[in-house]
Every structure is written in structure tokens, then in C-alpha cells.
Design a protein around this ligand. Structure first.
Ligand code: MG
Ligand code: FE
Length: 175
């Protein structure tokens, strides 16, 4: 069966949309257990809560774009990545420096999302799928702002961790 360039871009875009849909589900499975445990970093908890809300919106945008292509997300991909997200949160929670490791992981995760949305935007632009472009750009902006927030907050988080550690050791310097 002959595949035109437009069909190929559409197929790649749909695969990419399903992948990022699963990544967004994974994001929820990473951020939700984190936010529930935070005690000493209320500004981090607040920003995570806001980004969890944004992430629900991002998932809704992806569902909307996929529906426009008469497609849907992959339940199997969503489930697989959500499980791995939960595992990462558990791994960090056994370490005294959980807040730092989570911050590093969240910083990396946001940049993964930024790269994925930029790649999807390239496919959408090149394929002329302009309704997808608008929605994906909104999500990209949210990821970039979240990454920038973590970048800005990291020195403050690190100093508070160092203070708590000085006061009571690693066991007292929890999240
Ligand atoms: Mg996201
Ligand atoms: Fe994000």
C-alpha cells in the first residue's frame, strides 16, 4: 500500500500523540505521590499541584487532537508508563534527600516533555495540522514554565534541605 508523505506524517504524529499521552499519565503518577508527602517545601507542593492541574488539561488536549483524527489514546501504553512513574517515586522516598532527587527527576522529566512537544509540533507544522499545533503549543508553554520554575527554585530547595539536615540529620531532613 502506497503511503504519501502526508499519511506518513499523520501516522507519526498519532504515534507521538499516544506516546506523550502515556508520558502525561506517567507525570501524574510521579507528581501525585510526591505532593502528598511534602511537608517542608510548601511552595514546591503548590507548584506541583498547579502542574498536576495543567497536566490534566494537557491530557484533555491530546484526547481532543486524537479525536480530531478519529483516533484515541493507547490504554496499554498509558498503563505501562504509569507503573514506572510510581516506581520512581517509591525509589526516591527511601532516601533522605528525596526532595533533591525528586527535583532533579522533575527537571529532567519536564525537559523530556519539552523535547517531545517540540518534535510533535514539527510533525504537526510540516503536516499542516494547524489545530494540533495550537493545542500542542499551549502544552509546550506549560512545560517550559514548569521547567523554568524548578530551575529557579533549586537553589532555595537545596539551601532549605541543607538547613534541615544541619538541624536534624538526613532522617529529619525529609520532604
Ligand atoms: Mg506535561
Ligand atoms: Fe510537565
Amino acid at each position: 500500500m502506497a503511503t504519501t508523505a502526508t499519511d506518513a506524517r499523520r501516522d507519526l504524529l498519532i504515534t507521538g500523540l499516544r506516546n506523550i499521552h502515556a508520558v502525561e499519565k506517567q507525570a501524574l503518577s510521579i507528581m501525585t505521590p510526591q505532593v502528598e508527602r511534602i511537608e517542608h517545601y510548601p511552595e514546591v507542593a503548590e507548584r506541583l499541584r498547579a502542574h498536576i492541574e495543567e497536566t490534566h488539561g494537557q491530557i484533555a488536549r491530546l484526547d481532543e487532537i486524537l479525536a480530531g483524527f478519529q483516533e484515541s489514546h493507547s490504554t496499554l501504553k498509558d498503563a505501562a508508563l504509569s507503573m514506572s512513574g510510581g516506581m520512581a517515586a517509591i525509589t526516591h522516598s527511601v532516601a533522605g534527600d528525596e526532595i533533591l532527587k525528586n527535583s532533579f527527576a522533575n527537571y529532567a522529566f519536564e525537559h523530556f516533555e519539552i523535547a517531545a512537544y517540540k518534535s510533535l509540533l514539527t510533525l504537526a507544522d510540516d503536516g499542516g495540522f494547524s489545530s494540533a499545533t495550537t493545542l500542542l503549543s499551549q502544552s509546550l508553554g506549560e512545560e517550559e514554565r514548569m521547567a523554568a520554575w524548578i530551575d529557579d527554585a533549586l537553589p532555595t530547595i537545596t539551601r532549605r534541605y541543607a538547613t534541615l539536615y544541619a538541624e536534624g540529620g538526613s532522617s529529619a531532613a525529609k520532604v
